[in-house]
Ligand binder design. Structure first.
Ligand code: HPA
Length: 244
C-alpha cells in the first residue's frame, strides 16, 4: 500500500522514472477522480500518482473534482500528499524555473465544492488551518531537495485564483499587497480537503512565468510550457530523494 501520493499538475501528467505496477479506478460518493490512480515505485519508493488535470490535461482548474481526488487517495490508504503545481511568480525571489515549497495560502477562488463537511452532519466541524501545509512534510521536501542537490526556496504565500484565465496586472498588485509571493489555481480547496480527511499535505511549486504585470510582456502558454519542462525534471529528482 502506498502511504505517499503525488498529485501532478500542469507539466507533470506523468512522472519520469516511475515504474507503474497497478492502475486503480476508484468511484467516490463525490464522483470520479481526475484520472485513474497509478501505483508504482520511484527509485524503490512506493507511491501513488494522480494527474490533477486528467491524464490528457483536459480538466480546467475550476472544474477539477477536488473532493473525489482527495477522497480516492484516502480510500487507497494514502497518508501524505505532495502537490506539484505550476505557478506564476509575484515576489522578487520567485523567478521562472524556481522551485518553491510554500508555507502559507490565501484563497481567492469561488464556487468550488470545497468541503466534505456539509451534508448529514452530526455536528458542525471546523478544521484548524492555521498552517495549511503540514510542517513536517514541508521539512521532508526541503531535506529531499538538499539531498538532490537542488536549490529550492523555503516559504512564501501561495494565492489561489479561480482561473482558468490568468490574472490582470491590478489583481496581481492587489495580491502582492495582500502578501502573496506566488499565484496558482489549484491549491484550494485541495489543501483544505486533505486536512479535513487528516492527511498530511505539502506543495512543491514550480514557477512557470512572472505573474501578470511583472514584465512588459504578455504571458504565453508556450513560455509556461517551456519553463515547466525543465522545472519538472528537477521536481522528479527531488521526489526521488523523498523518504516518507
Ligand atoms: N497565474 C495563475 N496560475 C498560474 C500562473 C499564473 O501566472 N502560471 C502558472 N499557473
Amino acid at each position: 500500500m502506498a502511504h505517499l501520493a503525488i498529485i501532478g499538475g500542469t507539466g507533470l501528467s506523468t512522472l519520469a522514472r516511475f515504474k507503474i505496477s497497478r492502475r486503480v479506478k476508484i468511484y467516490t460518493p463525490f464522483g470520479e477522480p481526475s484520472a485513474e490512480l497509478v501505483l508504482g515505485d520511484l527509485e524503490g519508493a512506493e507511491m501513488a500518482f494522480l494527474a490533477r488535470h486528467g491524464s490528457r490535461h483536459t480538466i480546467a482548474p475550476h472544474q477539477i473534482n477536488y473532493r473525489a481526488n482527495i477522497w480516492a487517495l484516502k480510500e487507497l490508504g494514502v497518508r501524505s500528499i505532495v502537490a506539484v503545481a505550476a505557478v506564476g511568480g509575484i515576489g522578487r525571489d520567485m523567478a521562472p524555473a524556481k522551485i518553491v515549497i510554500p508555507e502559507q495560502l490565501i484563497d481567492y477562488t469561488h464556487g468550488r465544492k470545497d468541503t466534505f463537511f456539509e451534508d448529514g452532519l452530526e455536528r458542525v466541524t471546523h478544521i484548524d488551518f492555521t498552517w495549511p501545509y503540514t510542517p513536517a512534510l514541508r521539512e521532508k521536501l526541503l531535506a529531499a531537495a538538499i539531498q538532490a542537490g537542488l536549490h529550492v526556496h523555503d516559504g512564501g504565500v501561495y494565492g489561489c485564483t479561480q482561473g482558468p484565465r490568468l490574472e490582470t496586472a491590478a489583481e496581481i498588485s492587489r495580491m502582492e499587497r495582500d502578501g502573496c509571493h506566488l499565484v496558482g489555481m489549484t491549491a484550494m480547496p485541495e489543501a483544505a480537503l486533505a486536512r479535513e480527511l487528516e492527511m498530511d499535505y505539502a506543495c512543491c511549486a514550480v514557477v512557470a512565468n512572472w505573474a501578470a504585470g511583472k514584465t512588459n510582456e504578455a504571458i504565453s502558454m508556450a513560455e509556461i510550457e517551456a519553463t515547466l519542462a525543465s522545472g519538472m525534471q528537477e521536481v522528479s529528482l527531488l521526489l526521488q530523494c523523498l523518504s516518507i
